[in-house]
Every structure is written in C-alpha cells, then in structure tokens.
Design a binder for this molecule. Structure first.
Ligand code: ADP
Ligand code: ZN
Length: 721
C-alpha cells in the first residue's frame, strides 16, 4: 500500500488520508500513528471505498509516523464496527474506539511498578496515613489508583513509600494467565440439561453462526448447561466471551466459574485498574485470553479466535447503553456471532418479547429447561391486595407479609423483600411550608439517604447534607420523608423483627467485590435472616434456605407509562420470585399491589407466562411497537433552554412526510432537565419496512445547530425519559 485512509478517534475529524513511508508494513486494520498539524493522532487503516470522503491529492499527503506493534483489527470486527455505526446512527470512530484498549496496551510489553503495603506497623501515624493503611489492605496498584482508593493525595502515598510503609512491586504486564481446565469439575447434568448442553456443544463443533435462546426457569441450571459449551470451545482452543448485565453479578459468577474450570475467567469492565486492562487486552488480542467475562464493552474487543458468545440474563435492560453509542449489547452480540461465524447463546428465565418473537419465527433456536435442578419446585405466588389488607399507617409491609416473615424467622429460614428504590425516601418535604427538595440540575426530587445523611439526585449525583431546617421557611425539625425506599423498609423490618439480622443490598452498599462476597458468604452461612434489596437481589443468587419473597410494591414499575413497563415488571417480579425455594424447602412469594387486576400481576400470580407473553404481544402489535414496528428517539439538549427548543422545532419542522413513519413531538422530555441540560424529544414510530436509519440520516445531516446543542439518536430506545 502506498497511500492509506485511516479512521481517527475523533468524530469531528473522521477520516484522513496519508502516505505510507517506504518500508512500513501496513494492512487493513493496522493501528497507526499519524501526524495532524502539530499533534499526533491514533487511527485504524480502513478500506478506502468503505469510507466516503474526498480523495486528497497525492502532493498534500503526509507520511504515517508509526505502526503499533499489535495485530491488525480483523476484517470481521471491522464489518461489525461498520454495522453497529450504521444501525445505531453513530460515528464509526466512536464505535471503533471501543475495540482498542489503552495507549499503553497498544505499546505493550515491559513492566510497570505497582505498590502494596509492607505490613510494617509504625508507632505514630498521621490521620491520613492511618486512613490509607486501612483502605489499602490487600490492594496492589499504581500510586494514582491507590490514592483514589484511599481518598488521599499522591503525595501522602509517596511519603509512605519513603517511610517504608508501601513497597514497590515490579509487575510483568504480559505474564500469562493460568489455563482453564475444561474437565476440572464436570457436573452430573440432569437429562434435560444434558440434552440442551449437547445441542450447544454440537454448535461449537460445527463452528458456524447459530443463535440460541436458552429459555430456562429460575434455578434450572442454565449456567451449568452453557458451561458445557464453554468447555468444548476451550478444548478446541477457542476464546469465549460471556456478557453479564452488571458487574455486581460477576462475583457470584466468578466463584462458580472457578469451581467448574479451576481458574477465574478474565474480567473486562470499566473499573479495571490500568495494568489489568492492559494485560487483559493484550491477551485477548494474542488469542491467549481463554474466557473473558465482561460488561457490554467487552463485545467490541479484537478477539483473535472467538468461538462462542454467551449473553447471560439476556433480557436485562442494562445491556442497552444509554449514552455515547446507544447500542444494545444483546443485539450486537448476535451480529458479532454472525460476522464471526460462531454460535451465540442468549440465556434467560424471562426472555425479552423481541427474543421470544425471533425464536418463534425460527430465527433463534429455542432450547428449553422447563424445570428446576434437583427437583426443587417453583414457588407458590400469591397476590396481597393492599386495598383489602393495608399496612399500618406509616408502614409499608402488610400484616400477612409480616406474619409470614415472623414464621420464617422462627423456623430459621430466610426472607427477601424487594423494592426497586434506593435510599430512605424518594421525596422529602417541609411539613410547615410544603417545600420539596429538588435537584438543581435535573427534573427530579432529591432522595434521602439515611446512612450517609444526605439528599442525593439519582440522575446526576448532586448531593447535599440533610439540613436541620427548611431552606425555604427556616422552620427547624420539620422535614418529612414521603414514600419508601429500601432503607426505610429495612428500618421497618428492624422494628417488627428486632432480633432479625437484616442485610441491605443496593448499589450503595454493594459497591465493591468484597462487599458482595461478604454478603453472599453471610447469606449462605445463614448469618442473615432478612434481605432487603433493589433489583440487585433479583438475579443470580442461590440461597437454599430462602423460602419467602415479598414484593413490596409491584405497581412501582407500571407507573411510568413506558413502552416496556409491563414487561419489565413481569421480568423483575418473576426473577425475584425465582430466588425463593431453590433448595429442598418450598418457596412462597407475596406480591403487594393495588392493581391485582392488571394483566401482568394476574399472569404472575397464575404462573402463566404464556398468557403474559400473549397479552403483551397483542398490546405491542396494536401499538406498532417492537417487534412489530420500530421506535427511534431524537433527543435534543442544550444548557440554554430556548436554544434546545428552537433546535427541536427545526428538526420537527423538517420531518419527512413518510407513509411508513409517524413523527411525534417535539415535546419536553419527561426528564426535561438532566445534568443541567434542557431536553426535548421527538419519537419516531416506523413500520418494519421503513428504512428508518437512512431516513433519519437524510433528515438530520443537512441541519445545522448552534455549538451548544446536542442531537442524539436512540434507535430501539429503552429509556423514554
Ligand atoms: P439458573 O441460572 O437457571 O437460575 P443456576 O445455574 O443458578 O440456575 O443453577 C441453580 C443451582 O443449581 C446452582 O446452585 C447450581 O450450581 C445448581 N446446579 C444446577 N445444575 C447442576 C448440576 N448439574 N449439578 C450440580 N448442581 C447444579
Ligand atoms: Zn440531578
């Protein structure tokens, strides 16, 4: 190649042409450094005909500076990147960026220095050093990362190095990972599991694109089953990617994986420390990382020999990314498998309607695990009508639920209360003047957190201490909490069952792997009687002595009027119900509701999943909603409200008159102020036959907006705020 076109990691610059200097070996996919004015930019060499820009005359071309010492991005990954950018109306460079690790990973090789405590016990300590000693037990990382962990300055830690409290450790960045052993601890599968496992193993052997929907009830052993496919891919020297919806779930997964394969898998997520990120990325690219477990960002990495993808809890909404490139990792995983020519397994006890539909249409092969492993029965689900059996005034748990919890405690069994709301109370107001605490940056109330004694915005993170007096009228001691959050439920439990040991499980309390590990160990060791949690407790856990699940407010999710509200409620309640009765003792579920007649609630109570899917399918068909029609959102935002409004109007005013597309809005978004930006939305409802993305591009590309205005396109949106 004499001249090349490269994709640079800056959407504004996009695509640039360069000359290849004599002797530099370049292929499509090579990662290169190029000069740009006085600066240097990183880019990927791309097929020029696939990037439409104007040809730059030969005489103006500047030479590339360097090729990075990493294998070129494979063609099948380049095609996936193009597909993703095209489908989600995102820039190629923003998608391509997700394939690369850090700059350091690209340079590779060598060593880095990390620090750890020496174990010395000094006689006297400054408070900062004492705090650092406390926070850094068992940690090893760079000074910068340790400083963040301990919330002290780099200087404090450097001082501790000088004083012999911290010592340097030289870390080999390319040290190999221990090998997973496919035969380490093979389980005895049940007949049903074996049948399913055989299908997956066969698909791994066939080494061709094959999408599966593994539809197994909670506790059926989906993990054990797809582990057999993982084992087969390992035997064949292929790499495996397992996507999990949230990192809080991985702790549990890691333990099971290690038990099955003898070593932990390789993790990929946003909070990896830099040396681990670098090491993992290089092992992935070299084909040496065997099994990678990650959040959705692991999907775009340049695996050298990918042989299998598993998306666990595939129905989870957190697979949909809601900023940057707004992609759905579940759907892109299937596309990646297609480009790679490999099997992909979507596993869930409550598959998304879209996935069910694709299985019904024969696009996905459905593999069922209809019963629980080891003969455990699915729990008995009952409705608790709050209008008939109300809780006491100022309380949230109805008498029948309380009685059942008392009975569990007396028998030494565990209960779980689920409420998908963090904090103590979702709204705080002044009894005297009615003042309500609102976030200054968002259209949202501040949520009281009693543990931290703060009022916090769950959208932007804005926080203030709970004041002693009302900021509006100045009256002291007049603030009232309205409505329950999990912290308030935990208080109520402490009041009714003072002897019970209560664990609170929310993202505020389970924010480290250690915290999760400690919780699991305690729950398994029966050192916890009652678990109170948000959606974090709905999946993944297996506590054999947990025999009662109480859903504190099943109506909560139905209020938003969101397209998927019923489906989400169904999934959450079915998942949390699935935590009960997983061992030998049968489980019972009480669903507190004011709308027992709602079709999702009655389907849950009847255990009639088919009825739920049938009703939901009809509702979606009537609304032209996915999978029958498609939605897209255009979100226009600016710090200046009138600017945002004008831009949204300009977009609305030029909406194409398309017979297969209906444009709604612009209207202020339900969250009309978010992180200080004013937001307006347009919603597009299109028939499947409409060329939605093409129409959107042709509509929006010619429009010009002031600099402060952002226009985001969300294809197949999950969030309607
Ligand atoms: P699911 O993910 O389908 O809800 P899990 O994979 O969590 O179910 O399995 C439920 C429990 O049963 C787990 O504790 C798992 O280890 C156990 N289990 C499932 N299958 C087997 C098996 N074949 N042998 C031993 N234990 C199993
Ligand atoms: Zn806010």
């Amino acid at each position: 190649m004499k001249r090349v076109r490269i994709l640079v990691f800056n959407a504004a610059l996009g695509v640039l042409d360069y000359r290849v200097p004599e002797g530099m070996a370049i292929e499509f996919g090579s990662v290169v450094v190029a000069p740009l004015g006085p600066r240097q930019v990183l880019g990927i060499v791309w097929e020029p005909q696939r990037l439409n820009t104007q040809e730059v005359p030969e005489s103006k071309l500047r030479p590339l500076l360097e090729v990075m010492p990493v294998p070129p991005l494979p063609e099948r990954l380049r095609r996936l990147i193009e597909w993703t950018a095209d489908y989600y109306c995102a820039s190629l460079s923003s998608v391509a960026r997700m394939a690369l690790g850090s700059m350091a990973a690209l340079r590779g090789g060598g060593t880095t220095t990390e620090y750890r405590l020496t174990g010395q016990e000094p006689a006297r300590l400054t408070p900062q050093r004492a705090a650092a000693l406390d926070a850094l037990q068992g940690e090893q990382a760079s000074i910068k990362e340790l400083a963040e962990l301990a919330s002290v300055s780099d200087g404090v830690l450097r001082g501790m190095v000088g004083a012999g409290l911290l010592e340097p450790v030289v870390v080999d960045l390319d040290r190999p990972y221990a090998r997973a052993r496919p035969e380490h601890a093979q389980p005895m599968l049940s007949d049903g599991q074996q049948e399913a496992a055989d299908i997956f193993v066969e698909a791994v052997r066939a080494d061709a694109f094959a999408p599966f929907l593994l539809d197994g009830v909670t506790g059926s052993g989906k993990t054990e089953t797809y582990f057999e496919a993982v084992a087969e891919a390992l035997r064949r020297g292929r790499q495996i990617l397992v996507l999990l919806p949230e990192i809080a779930l991985t702790e549990n997964f890691l333990r099971r994986f290690e038990h099955r394969f003898g070593v932990p898998p390789i993790l990929w997520h946003s909070s990896l420390k830099s040396s681990e990120r670098r090491r993992a990325w290089r092992a992935i690219v070299a084909g040496e990382a065997q099994v990678v477990v990650g959040a959705r960002s692991a999907l775009f990495l340049p695996y050298a020999r990918l042989g299998l993808i598993v998306v666990d809890e595939a129905h989870e909404v957190s697979f949909k990314q809601d900023d940057g490139v707004r992609y759905n990792a579940r759907d892109v995983a299937v596309m990646r498998a297609k480009f790679e020519g490999i099997p992909v397994v979507l596993a869930s006890a409550t598959p998304a309607l879209e996935s069910m539909q694709l299985a019904e249409a024969g696009v996905y092969r459905k593999v069922d695990l209809p019963s629980r492993f080891g003969g455990a029965q699915l729990p008995d689900i009952q409705i608790l009508d709050l209008r008939q059996e109300p809780p006491e005034r100022g309380k949230w748990l109805a008498p029948r639920l309380v009685e059942e919890m008392k009975a569990r405690l007396a028998r030494g069994e565990q209960s779980l209360l689920f409420l998908n709301r963090r904090g103590y109370a979702p709204l705080t107001l002044c009894r005297h003047c009615g003042y309500r605490f609102q976030c200054p940056n968002c259209t949202a109330w501040l949520v009281e957190h009693r543990f931290s004694q703060r009022l916090a915005c769950h959208h932007c993170g804005h926080e203030v201490p709970v004041p002693a007096a009302c900021p509006e009228c100045g009256t002291g001691d007049c603030l009232v909490a309205c409505g329950p959050g999990v912290e308030r439920i935990a208080d109520e439990v402490a009041e009714i069952l003072p002897e019970a040991r209560v664990a609170l499980v929310t993202s505020d309390t389970m924010n480290t792997a250690e915290a999760v590990g400690e919780f699991v160990a305690k729950a398994e060791g029966k050192a916890i009687d009652v678990i109170v949690g948000t959606q974090l407790v709905t999946k993944g856990y297996h506590f054999p002595d947990l025999t009662l699940v109480g859903v504190v407010d099943a109506d909560l999710g139905l209020e938003g009027g969101d397209l998927r509200a019923a489906e989400r409620t169904y999934q959450q309640v079915a998942q949390v119900a699935g935590r009960a009765g997983r061992g030998e003792k049968p489980g019972e579920v009480l669903i507190q509701t004011r709308h027992p007649e709602a079709s999702v609630i009655s389907a849950l109570a009847a255990g009639d999943r088919d009825a739920f899917y049938a009703a939901e399918t009809e509702a979606r068909r009537d609304a032209g909603a996915p999978p029958f029609g498609r939605w897209a959102a255009i979100i226009v935002s600016s710090e200046d409200q009138s600017e945002a409004k004008a831009a949204a109007r300009a977009i609305g005013g030029t909406a194409p008159n398309h017979p297969d597309m209906l444009v709604l809005g612009p209207a202020p978004a339900p969250l009309s102020l978010l992180r200080g930006r004013h937001r307006f939305r347009l919603l597009i409802n299109a028939r499947r036959s409409a060329e939605l993305q093409k129409t959107l591009r042709e509509w929006l590309e010619p429009l010009q907006f002031p600099r402060g205005v952002r226009v985001n396109i969300d294809i197949d949106p999950y969030s309607f705020v």
